[in-house]
Design a protein. Structure first.
Length: 133
C-alpha cells in the first residue's frame, strides 16, 4: 500500500547476445582428373565441399589424414603422405577446396582411407595403392 516504506525497487535490465552452436557439413568427392586406384608417387585430388554456420570469427581448417587398412581395421601413423590445399577457411575461401594427397614413393600396396574432418563432421574416401612396375 501507500505506507509500504521507503524501499525502492530498482529496475535492472540485462541483455544477452545468444548464438547457436557451430554446425558443419562436409562432402568429399574424387576430382574429375583423379582415380582412386593409384601407384606410389601419384597424387590424388579431391573436391571437398563444406558448410559452416555459427562458427564465429575463428578461422577453421579441414583436417586430413590417411589411414592404412590392416586386419584389425584402419590404423593411423605418419607414413609421409603429403596433403595440400586444406587451407584455413575464411569468408573469402573458395568452396569447394581442392585438396591433394600425394602417395609416398615407398608406400606398400594396399587399401588406404583418406579421412577429412571439419568440426564434428567426418568424410572418408578409400584409395587403393598398387605396386610400382
Amino acid at each position: 500500500g501507500i505506507d509500504a516504506g521507503s524501499n525502492v525497487i530498482s529496475e535492472v535490465v540485462h541483455s544477452y547476445h545468444v548464438t547457436g552452436n557451430p554446425k558443419y557439413g562436409l562432402k568429399v568427392s574424387l576430382a574429375a582428373d583423379s582415380s582412386r586406384i593409384r601407384k606410389p608417387g601419384d597424387t590424388v585430388n579431391f573436391e571437398v565441399s563444406y558448410t559452416i554456420e555459427n562458427a564465429g570469427q575463428e578461422a577453421v581448417k579441414i583436417q586430413a589424414e590417411v589411414l592404412k587398412k590392416e586386419e584389425s581395421g584402419y590404423t593411423a601413423g605418419d607414413r609421409g603422405w603429403i596433403i595440400r590445399g586444406n587451407d584455413e577457411i575464411t569468408d573469402a575461401t573458395a568452396n569447394p577446396q581442392r585438396i591433394s594427397v600425394t602417395i609416398p614413393n615407398n608406400e606398400a600396396p594396399g587399401t588406404y582411407r583418406a579421412v577429412f574432418r571439419l568440426g564434428d563432421k567426418e568424410a572418408v574416401y578409400n584409395l587403393i595403392v598398387e605396386s610400382s612396375p
